[in-house]
Structures are given as C-alpha cells and as structure tokens.
Design a protein around this ligand. Structure first.
Ligand SMILES: NC(=O)c1ccc[n+]([C@@H]2O[C@H](COP(=O)([O-])OP(=O)(O)OC[C@H]3O[C@@H](n4cnc5c(N)ncnc54)[C@H](OP(=O)(O)O)[C@@H]3O)[C@@H](O)[C@H]2O)c1
Length: 359
C-alpha cells in the first residue's frame, strides 16, 4: 500500500512541481490537495487558471498529469489528517507557520517554507548531505508532544551552496565563504511573483531576507548533532543575492577559504568520490550523479544544466585555486531551485526518511 500524501500550496510554483515529482511515484500517492480560499472548491486545472487572462498557468512541463487535473482543491480545514501519512507544505512562510503546526500535531510534514527552519529542535535537511540530523525529529516530536514533526528544506539558494561545500568542509575544512547568486525568476513564486517589466532586460540586486537565510542555514546544515541540539558549523558566510532573467535554476559564484591546501584536481577527485558514496543513491528521485564536475570553462549554464539528472544534479564548474587565501578555491555552481532546491528535493527527503522508518 502506498503512503497517502497531501500537497498544501498545490497551485503555486513549488506546488506544481510537487504534482509532477509525485506522478506515478512507487511509494507515495497524492490523495488530498489544498491551497488558499481563492482556489478552494475548484478542480486543480481551474484553480491554476489566471483569473484575469483566463490562461491555464501550468509552469512545470509539457502536460498536467491526469491524476491531478480533476482533483478538487480543498481549503486547509477540509484536509483530513487522519487519512494521511505525510504532508508536503509549499506555502509562503507566514501562512505556513499555522498550517504546518496544525498538521504536525497528527502527521509528519516536509516543508519548503522557512516557518520552522530556525527553531532549536528543527533540523534543516538536504538528503545526501546531512541525513544524520534527521534524528533531531525525534527530539522535536517529544518536545512538542506531536505525533508528527516538521522537516524543512533550506532556502533554494542555500541548497546548492551547502551541497557543494559539504565535501570540502569534511575533507579540507571550510573557514570562510563568499557567494554571489544569480537567481531564477521562478524562485520568487507565482504570487505576487515578479512583474515582467521588472525583470526583463534587468538584474534586481536585492532579494528580501535571502542573504540572512543563506548565512544562517549554511552553518546549521553543516552543523553537528550534540545533546539533542545542532551545534552550527564554525564557518563565516557572506553573500549577495540577485535576481536575473532566467526562468529556472540558480547560479552562484563562490569563493571558499579552506584549512588545508586544495586545487582543482583535488576538488575533482573529491566530488567524483562523493558521487560514489552518496547516501541517497538508488532512491526513486535521486539522480544518477549527485555532482557534475565540469572542466569546460563555459559551464555551468542554466539552459544546459537544468535538465541534468532531472534537475537533481548540482553542477560545479570554473574551479580555480584562489590566491586571495592561503588555501582556497573559487567556483561556480548551478542548482535547480524547484527540483533539488524545493519540490523534488522534498520528495527525495521523504524517500530518505521513509527508508529510515520515520514515515
Ligand atoms: N519558488 C521556489 O523556487 C522556491 C524554492 C524553495 C522554497 N520555496 C518556498 O516554498 C513556498 C512556496 O513558494 P512558491 O514559490 O511555490 O509560492 P507561490 O507560487 O506564491 O505559491 C503559494 C501557494 O500557497 C498557497 N497559499 C497561499 N496562502 C495560503 C493560505 N493562507 N492557506 C493555504 N494555502 C495558501 C497558494 O494558493 P493560491 O494559489 O490559492 O493563492 C499557492 O498554492 C514558500 O515558502 C517559498 O519561500 C520556493
């Protein structure tokens, strides 16, 4: 019997990607869907129709999966948690706080929002990077007297950075990180989203709260579980987050100061070795290669990388020794914000937690 799943925030950018990621899933079946009052009571295909233009606003592929087209979108109070094994939450963080609390009392919640990320008994999980921190979910459950828990993913800009830092951190030690992001339009979501006139032929040099999220989350993700708490990794992180006219996928320029000597050859070997021993290998949503390492200086490019591993592979390129530091590297990365960075990454997380017996 497949596990019964609800998607909350199903009409949004990330919600739609969940719909696609869960189509014909071998272990999970979407049985209930919800969004705001605006969409409640409508069939999915009508709920995503833009009320002004009349256009069906399906953002994530060639065709809407048949299983969802005619499913009725509920409002939050109509969702029957007693009939669920797991909730995926893809709602903006202020609304998500109450929604996730309500469901976690009865059932596990995997969230793409920031509502719970910074609480002491909540890990920020990236499957394949810090699976061991999932043990904190038991502490959370006990602390709060819940039957479920909330397991958030990071902000989609943190995801690629933390994924690429993890092997460096483990083997070479990471002291300082400087990052500039070039983030996709879809990362801003559908409502209110970004007006076409703001982003076409333009770069927006500021994304509210993003830089603080990257700083805090990177340290927590690479932290260690000690006495029922996460001890943050001792890394200094500084970043500038920008929005660019790319539809899907975030590109980031990274400078890292390491404790030990590193060069591009050693980095290549490191990521290739990591590919061999990645914990999530073989799970239904895992890519064949977790990391793609390019020596061609014209990679990564969003248009070339976003389909690799169905958006679940993190690409690294332009790797050079950075002479500003005693030891260090500079590189560019590409990470798909709606695949590994949110919906499909959340499904991979669910698969990992299911295998651990937590769902
Ligand atoms: N976009 C990305 O690449 C990305 C990546 C990582 C994380 N995230 C996070 O994922 C979450 C969703 O982002 P998004 O980009 O998908 O946003 P979005 O496109 O604006 O979609 C928001 C969804 O939440 C629903 N919603 C809003 N208020 C609600 C309420 N009070 N009760 C129930 N449902 C409500 C909306 O329903 P209606 O359609 O009915 O209004 C819609 O389904 C956010 O927390 C965001 O920070 C986004």
């Amino acid at each position: 019997m497949k596990k019964k799943i609800a998607i909350v925030g199903v009409t949004g950018s990330v919600g739609q990607e969940f719909v696609l990621s869960l189509e014909n899933h071998p272990w999970f079946e979407v049985t209930q869907i919800a969004a705001s009052e605006r969409s409640a009571g409508k069939k999915f295909v009508e709920a995503i129709r833009d009320p002004n233009s009349g256009i069906v606003s399906w953002e994530v592929g060639s065709e809407i999966p048949n299983y969802i087209k005619e499913m009725t979108v509920k409002n939050i109070d109509e969702i029957d948690a007693s009939q669920l094994d797991l909730v995926f939450s893809a709602v903006e963080s202020v609304a998500a706080r109450d929604i996730e609390t309500k469901f976690a009392k009865d059932v596990p919640v995997i969230s793409t929002s920031s509502a719970y990320r910074y609480e002491e008994d909540v890990p920020i999980l990236i499957p394949g990077v810090n699976d061991e921190l999932a043990e904190l979910l038991e502490v959370q459950k006990k602390n709060r007297n819940w039957k479920g828990w909330v397991a958030p993913l990071p902000n989609c800009t943190t995801t690629g950075l933390a994924i690429t830092l993890k092997p460096l951190f483990e083997k070479y030690g990471v002291k300082k990180v400087l990052m500039t992001s070039m983030q996709a339009i879809s990362g801003a979501g559908r409502s209110p989203g970004l007006g076409a006139m703001n982003i076409t032929d333009n770069i927006i040099p500021y994304i509210p709260k993003e830089e603080e999220k990257v700083r805090k989350e990177t340290r927590k993700i690479l932290g260690k579980l000690k006495d029922g708490k996460i001890e943050d990794a001792d890394i200094k992180v500084s970043c500038t987050c920008t929005r660019v006219p790319v539809i899907d996928g975030h590109t980031e320029s990274v400078f890292v100061e390491t404790n030990k000597d590193i060069d591009p050859e050693k980095a290549k070997e490191l990521y290739n070795n990591y590919n061999q021993k990645i914990s999530v290998a073989g799970l239904p949503s895992a890519p064949e290669k977790y990391y793609a390492f390019h020596e061609d200086p014209t990679r990564p490019q969003p248009r070339m990388e976003r389909e690799v591993g169905d958006g679940m592979t993190t690409t690294i390129g332009r790797v050079e020794k950075e002479e500003l530091f005693d030891h260090g590297l500079k590189y560019m990365l590409f990470s798909h914000n709606k695949k590994m960075g949110s919906a499909k990454g959340a499904v991979l997380l669910a698969e990992m937690l299911y295998k651990k017996g937590k769902i």
